[in-house]
Design a protein around this ligand. Sequence first.
Ligand code: CU
Length: 145
Amino acid sequence: MLRKSLALFAIVIPLVLAACGSDDSTSSTTSASDTSSTESTTEASTTASGGSGAGGTVAISETEFKLDPSDPTVKAGSVTFDVSNDGTTTHNLEVEGDGVEEETDDLDAGSSGQLTVDLKPGTYEIYCSIDGHKDLGMEGELTVQ
Ligand SMILES: [Cu+2]
């Protein structure tokens, strides 16, 4: 009985140590932990590029009933939408996709507003969320690289 639990102990301890030390990948790492350290390296470099001032500003002019430009492209990171309502009625801009759903305040005709969102690479829907404006044509697709 005692010998059995000691043997179990002898197996468990190296496993725990190996799990804790897998980041420093010693010679005892298996192919499984090699994969995970490769993944964390990739993730770290993505985060670094996202936090190194990437992103940018997208200027969008809104009129009845369109966005100009309607299909902008921007680098991933912190993206600021500089929205000006150049129309004659109230508009706004909503950005939606990949778990993101953010919008500017409602902008009176002639006024402007900003919205800053952290965006990962992919495509996002941009549109005016005011009654029916999206269906009237105030929509587009943002590409984040
Ligand atoms: Cu609108």
